[in-house]
Design a binder for this molecule. Structure first.
Ligand code: PMP
Length: 394
């Protein structure tokens, strides 16, 4: 039987990790995989998470199953974090999932169960796993223009023009904040245009929010998601706790469905639990419980927010430094977009050949589409990167 299987394409980013490890050069720089790193290149456990973990170890009395949709306390806490404390809880169905990826996967499955013909519109480019999962599920997919390589900003008119071709019932997949892989984001006024178009054309938004707190702050990063959820009759939200709580390997995420009527919420809740049951039964609890403890305890929450804020401002400082250094070396403002981007990533907007040249000649590793993990930099490596970008004539 097994010989009938085809080998699967290697994950490009994970292949890059292996290539980086094998590179003997001491001054190599890893801007590949999407994991936050501090100035020493470490991915620390956040203080509040560690403290919650200690409390949990002391207090937890059982490892028995929780519930198919996970701990309701986790759902309440995450609805508060993403949609805001005032958001009516009764208007949201929610289930814990293994990471944001689990939420994305099951959001697609929910869409497929509801409407086989729905096309999912994704940004060009988007997180490659969106496309990969959609392909795996054989779901009809379309791309809308998003990134303008000339300006490094969002091509709003191209995006709107493409989305005008969507049919009622189609799904628009949007990054709630900190777009991956480009770092380019819509402004609030731009979001309003997108929302009006979705309303006019009867489209359903699916928001993937994986970096809340990494862009302009915890509240600001959720603004677009909140406006969408308030404005549209139905909204699907896939949220990840991997980055903002630094609990990547705990696999903590949540799938939410926001709808205006009680019957829709009841049936959505039922289907979210059903999907968990089919795919893995009970979702992982450890990370979800830590998140619930941190968000529910005043002191832990304040400490978490403070640490997250220093992560965010640290990345912003790296952006300004890189943009300023490139301005100094190039004598132009053409890299100003790096300071305007938000989140962990920026797309430099250059060719795969130049990306290969940066790797081969300068030991600088970024993803082939020229996505850089800004958190892979520090004050010492920024001048090296900037000089290499200029030397490669980018
Ligand atoms: N969505 C986007 C856009 C992401 O970048 C990521 C993480 N790479 C995820 C979802 C899911 O992350 P995880 O499954 O690790 O929570």
């Amino acid at each position: 039987m097994l010989e009938a299987l085809n080998t699967q394409p290697a994950d490009k980013i994970l292949a890059l990790v292996a290539q980086f490890k094998a590179d003997p050069r001491a001054n190599k720089i890893d801007l590949g995989v999407g994991v936050y790193k501090d100035s020493e290149g470490k991915t620390p456990i956040m203080r509040a998470v560690k403290a919650a973990e200690q409390q949990l170890w002391e207090q937890e009395q059982t490892k028995s199953y929780v519930a198919l949709a996970g701990d309701p306390g986790f759902a309440d806490a995450m609805i508060g974090l993403v949609l805001g404390a005032e958001f009516p809880r009764a208007g949201v169905a929610a289930a814990a999932t293994p990471g944001g990826t689990g939420a994305v996967r099951q959001a697609f499955e929910l869409i497929q169960m509801a409407n086989q013909d729905a096309k999912v519109w994704v940004s060009d480019p988007t997180w490659p796993n969106h496309l990969s999962i959609l392909k795996h599920l054989a779901m009809p997919t379309r791309q809308y223009r998003y990134f303008d390589a000339q300006t490094g900003a969002v091509n709003l008119s191209g995006m709107l023009e493409d989305l005008k071709k969507a049919k009622p019932g189609d799904i628009v997949l949007l990054h709630g904040c900190c777009h991956n892989p480009t770092g380019a984001n819509l402004r609030l006024t731009d979001w309003e245009h997108v929302i009006s178009l979705m309303q006019e054309r009867g489209l359903t938004p699916m928001v993937d929010i994986a970096y809340q707190g990494f862009g302009d702050g915890l509240e600001a990063d959720a603004t677009a998601t909140r406006v969408i959820a308030k404005s549209m009759p139905e909204t699907i939200i896939a949220a990840s706790c991997s980055k903002n709580f630094g609990i990547y390997r705990e696999r903590t995420g949540i799938l939410m469905v926001v709808a205006g009527n009680d019957k829709s919420i009841r049936v959505a809740q039922d289907n979210l639990a059903y999907l968990n049951r089919q795919n893995f039964s009970f979702p992982p609890d450890h990370g979800a419980r830590l998140v619930t403890m941190v968000l529910g305890d005043k002191a832990l929450r304040a400490d978490w927010e403070a640490e997250l804020e220093s992560v965010r401002t640290g990345m912003l400082a790296l952006r300004s430094q890189l943009s300023a250094e490139l301005q100094r070396l190039s004598g132009s403002d053409r890299f100003g977009f790096l300071a305007d981007h938000r989140g962990m990533f920026s797309r430099l907007g250059t060719t795969p050949e130049k990306v290969a040249q940066l790797r081969e000649d300068h030991g600088i590793y970024m993803v082939g589409d020229s996505r850089m993990n800004i958190a892979g930099l520090n004050a010492q490596t920024i001048p090296t990167l900037a000089a290499a970008i200029i030397a490669c004539d980018i």
